[in-house]
Structures are given as structure tokens and as C-alpha cells.
Design a binder for this molecule. Structure first.
Ligand code: BG6
Length: 542
């Protein structure tokens, strides 16, 4: 609860400036897959339960497995009951939602399936018309690619061939068409560029919505509000006052069953190229000229362009990579080593921890170290941005206390305990002494329900608001940084010292390293050979 006098202040509602979701046919490619069932259908149901889904919106599952509409609805129901979050799942609500769901069976690369989709959209497909019982489908279409990246380009192509793309503009009387693309968006800069060319051959760039689910998180959106809706932060948001910025995303889980994908990707491609880089852009960008999507995305691109092209040696000095060895699962059990995970080679040197210290070569942040770090199988799960401010001038208290005077820190806690914390110094009552204290704002105090990232992103895509999606050039510039890092690591010997690109083995369940400084007291790749255990404290020397 907030203080009553704060509660009484007016709310400035921006919703009316926003576009609102429009009726459409929401086509889910890969409709029987994990992503669709864990995230997309439950998010659609949550939007529906919150009254945020437009009347008339229809959902068409497009996938290879045979299903009748009813059987498919039952599967979707099971997923929504398990994963939907808004209030309790009700059978009554479900019935009204289920009426909107249809299934179209097709191989993902069979042109016939796309021709059928086009006739469904045109209202000339008899089976669909019978299923609709006199209702008509909306003329807009959103194509959601919840499939593996190998299919992104070919689905876009097939849609274009079936006349459902927008690269050549929409036909007379046709509604809008949008393409939502999941991650991973390319494996490196070249493949991302090639994918962009293929997608843009089928859809206009303004109709391509590249997902980074971090941008849909409430706390991440709050970054812009915090910075630009307040007068206290922005005057100190620069190199004169900020000493360093740490952006960290740590997880307790290992890679689970995703070895096939992960072993070819690694932590830097999986998390840094997208989520961490996006957090950095929102934290450091200049105020946009307005709140429209292009102004905001222009500013993010400027941040990415201000990162120097480091030499491989410089990248290695600035980066660390690590991999979890056998250790604890954080729940009293043991976790196997990364190299023992399924579909991971026994000698894999793929990193499950990555950190990189960057500096922006721009007026505002020149010389301020920004550390991006991320890892799996650590002792804690959290995502946060810590802005550390410079100490007060060396007079008065600072002169007396030296390093014992803590710096002010602003922590933007993205998850799990979403909020904003400000660390400041205060007098110890009864003593002439100073102790760090903290002001804590928690989202849970002011809202019972924080929408899932996918709810926001789906609603925005249906509204044609691309602010929270990645533009082609953003992805390109982010890859430029990552390509440099990957190239440096590829040329380094995993058995070398950490500052020369060596791979640090850390025991699963290790404490999260401070400022991404995972240092190797632990045995490195070779020393551990096939083994898999590392016993030393991975943070020693950090
Ligand atoms: C995904 C990564 O993009 O983000 C996963 O592929 C990772 O490896 C996940 O676990 C983390 O997302 P969140 O929202 O749980 O922090």
C-alpha cells in the first residue's frame, strides 16, 4: 500500500493515446509446440479474461499433426488451465474463448496449406465456413511464427506466394497483415541479415514484429517511465554522476532439454545479443523525440552504434566465459554438469555464463563501464540493472569515511521481486555513524497482477504498436557487437587464462559473481577434461 496522500494523486492515463488491439485472424504456426502452449495460448486467454481481446478475433492453429477443431481446443484448454494467470480459469469463460479457435493441418512448407489459409482469409473455404456457422472472419491477419528458426524464412516466403504478404502492398479490400517472429533471430550478423532480406522480401518492414520478450516485461517498460517521467533521475543520469552500470540476468535452472539449440548458441547469443543489449539500450539511450515507436527505436540504435569495434584481444580482456560443472541444484540435490546434459557433447566448450564490459563512445556515458552478465545454474535467479553513482566529494563525511562510505545505488529489479530500490546513507540513531539504508518500491505493493510479457506483446502487435519489438537495424547492430565477441572466443584457447578467453568451470549452484567478475580459481576446461566437477570458489578474486 502506498501512503494515502500519494494514493489520492491523479493518475495520468496514456492508454487513450495508444492504439487498441483490432480484430484479426491470429494464425499460430507451430500451434502444437511448447512455446504456443506455454506462452501464446495462455497469454491470449489472459487477454480475453481481462476483456482486452477484440470481439471477433479468431485463432487458427497451423501445424502438421492431425487434429479436429474440438480436439485441438481441448489441448489448448489444458495449456490455458495450467499456464493462464489472470484470476482463476473458468469453464464458462473458456467456452466463449474456445469458439474462436480453429485448426488448420498442414506441413509448414507445403504451399497447399498456405493456399488454404488464403481461402480461409478470403471467406471461400467451405470447411471453415461450415465451422463458422454463418460468422465471418476479420480481414486482418497476424501470423505468429512459434516455430524453430529454420522455418522463419520459408513460412514468410510461402505466405507471400499465397498472396498473404505485404512486401508489394495489400490488395484491395484486404486488411492488414503482420508477421511476428520469435527468437533466435539469426546465429550471427550474416545469418540475421539474410533472414531480414528474406522476411522483407515477403513483408514490409513495418509489418515485421521481432520479439524480445524482455521488452514486454512491466519492469522493463518502466525503465522509460522511471527515467523520463521523473525530474530527479535524468539530471544525474550521465558520466558526471554515474560510476558504473551492471546489467545482470541469472538463472538457477540449467539448460534442461534444450541442449540441441543451446550447445550451438551459448549464453552470449542466447541472452546477451537480445535481452541484455536491449536493457542496456533502454538504460542509456537519450530521451526520444516522442513516444512513437520509430523515435524510441532510433535512440536505441544510436546507443548500439556508439560501441567501439574492439580488437579480438580487447574483447577477450573485457569478457569472461564460463560453463557449469557438476554441483548443486539449489534444492538439496545435485545438478549434472553442462557436458552431461542431453544433446551436449562431452567436450563442449559452449559457455553457460558470459560477461562483457562495454563503454559507450558518446557524450553522455563516455568512460562509464557497463557490464552485461548472464549465467545459468547459479545459486540465485534474478534480473536487474544496478546504477552505481559516484561517491560524494572527498570532504565532510566522505573525507572521513573513505571507502567505508557506500555509494548510492539505484537497482531496477526486473524479476522476480519486481521493483526499484535506492540505496542511500543515513545516520545510525544514537551514534555519530553512517550506515547504508534502502528505499524500496515493490510492484507487488501497488498491483495484484503483473501481466505476462507475452500478453503485452500480443496486444501491441494486434494494435500495430511496434515500440516493444526489434527493428531490423537494432538486431544488426547488436549482432555486430556479438560477432566480435564470438570471433574473439573462437580464436582463443578454452584452456587459457580467463582474461585470454579461457573457459571457467564453475560448480552448478555457485553464488552469482559480483559485477560479472567470474574469476577462475576453478579448474579450467582441460584440467577438468571429461569431468565435470569444479570445486573451487568461482568468485574468488572477483
Ligand atoms: C530466453 C532464453 O530467451 O530467455 C532462455 O532462450 C532463458 O535460455 C529465458 O531461460 C529467460 O527468460 P526469463 O523471462 O525467464 O528471464
Amino acid at each position: 500500500m502506498l501512503n494515502e496522500s500519494v494514493e489520492r494523486l491523479p493518475i495520468c492515463n496514456l492508454e487513450d493515446r495508444a492504439l487498441s488491439p483490432e480484430p484479426a485472424v491470429f494464425v499460430v504456426f507451430g500451434a502444437t509446440g511448447d512455446l504456443a502452449h506455454r506462452k501464446i495460448f495462455p497469454a491470449l486467454y489472459d487477454l480475453f479474461a481481462g476483456g482486452l481481446l477484440p470481439e471477433g478475433l479468431a485463432i487458427v492453429g497451423f501445424a502438421r499433426r492431425p487434429y479436429a477443431d474440438e480436439a485441438f481446443r481441448d489441448e489448448v484448454k489444458t495449456s490455458c488451465a495450467a499456464f493462464a494467470r489472470r484470476g482463476s480459469f473458468s469453464d464458462k469463460g473458456w467456452k466463449r474463448f474456445a469458439e474462436r479457435i480453429f485448426y488448420l493441418r498442414s506441413d509448414l512448407d507445403d504451399p497447399e496449406g498456405y493456399r488454404r489459409l488464403a481461402s480461409v482469409m478470403a471467406g471461400t473455404d467451405e470447411a471453415m465456413n461450415a465451422a463458422l456457422g454463418g460468422r465471418r472472419l476479420p480481414s486482418n491477419a497476424l501470423f505468429y511464427l512459434a516455430v524453430g528458426p529454420a522455418y522463419f524464412g520459408s513460412i514468410a516466403e510461402r505466405l507471400r506466394e499465397a498472396g498473404l504478404g505485404t512486401a508489394e502492398g495489400a490488395g484491395p479490400g484486404e486488411g492488414w497483415r503482420r508477421l511476428v517472429v520469435e527468437k533466435p533471430y539469426g546465429h550471427d550478423g550474416a545469418s540475421a541479415k539474410a533472414l531480414t532480406a528474406t522476411l522483407q522480401g515477403a513483408f514490409a518492414e513495418k509489418d515485421i514484429y521481432r520479439i524480445d520478450h524482455y521488452l514486454g516485461k512491466e519492469t522493463v517498460q518502466n525503465l522509460l517511465y522511471l527515467r523520463f517521467a521523473n525530474a530527479v533521475f535524468e539530471p544525474v543520469w550521465n558520466r558526471n554522476h554515474i560510476e558504473s552500470i551492471d546489467i545482470s540476468v541469472y538463472e538457477t535452472e540449467g539448460i534442461g532439454e534444450r541442449g540441441g539449440y543451446y550447445d550451438a548458441a551459448g549464453a552470449a547469443r542466447d541472452m546477451m545479443q537480445n535481452h541484455l543489449v536491449q536493457l542496456m539500450c533502454l538504460t542509456t539511450m537519450e530521451p526520444p523525440a516522442s513516444l512513437d515507436p520509430e523515435s524510441i527505436r532510433d535512440e536505441k540504435v544510436k546507443v548500439l552504434r556508439s560501441i567501439d569495434a574492439y580488437s579480438p584481444e580487447e574483447f577477450l580482456r573485457r569478457a569472461r566465459r564460463g560453463q557449469y560443472a557438476r554441483g548443486s541444484d539449489g534444492a538439496g540435490g545435485t545438478r549434472r554438469a553442462y557436458r552431461e546434459e542431453s544433446r551436449v557433447g562431452p567436450g563442449s566448450t559452449t559457455e553457460t555464463f558470459a560477461s562483457l564490459r562495454l563503454e559507450l563512445d558518446n557524450w553522455r556515458f563516455s568512460g562509464v563501464p557497463i557490464t552485461l552478465s548472464t549465467g545459468k545454474a547459479f545459486a540465485e535467479r534474478f534480473s536487474q540493472i544496478v546504477i552505481r553513482f559516484r561517491r560524494p566529494p572527498a570532504a565532510l563525511f566522505a573525507a572521513r569515511c573513505g571507502d567505508a562510505l557506500a555509494s548510492n545505488e539505484l537497482t531496477i529489479r526486473i524479476q522476480p521481486d519486481e521493483g526499484v530500490w535506492l540505496r542511500f546513507n543515513a545516520k545510525v540513531p544514537g551514534l555519530a555513524a553512517i550506515k547504508p539504508s534502502e528505499l524500496r518500491f515493490s510492484y507487488r505493493q501497488v498491483a495484484d497482477y503483473l501481466p505476462e510479457a507475452y500478453e503485452r506483446l500480443i496486444a501491441d502487435a494486434l494494435a500495430g504498436d511496434s515500440t516493444l519489438f526489434i527493428r531490423a537495424d537494432e538486431s544488426e547492430y547488436a549482432w555486430r557487437v556479438l560477432d566480435g565477441l564470438e570471433k574473439a572466443w573462437a580464436s582463443a584457447d578454452p584452456e587459457d587464462s580467463p582474461e585470454r578467453g579461457g573457459l571457467i568451470l564453475y560448480p552448478a549452484g555457485s553464488p552469482v559473481p559480483m559485477s560479472g567478475a567470474l574469476e577462475a580459481a576453478a579448474p579450467r576446461a582441460a584440467a577438468a577434461s571429461a569431468a565435470t566437477s569444479a570445486t573451487a570458489d568461482p568468485t574468488a578474486g572477483a
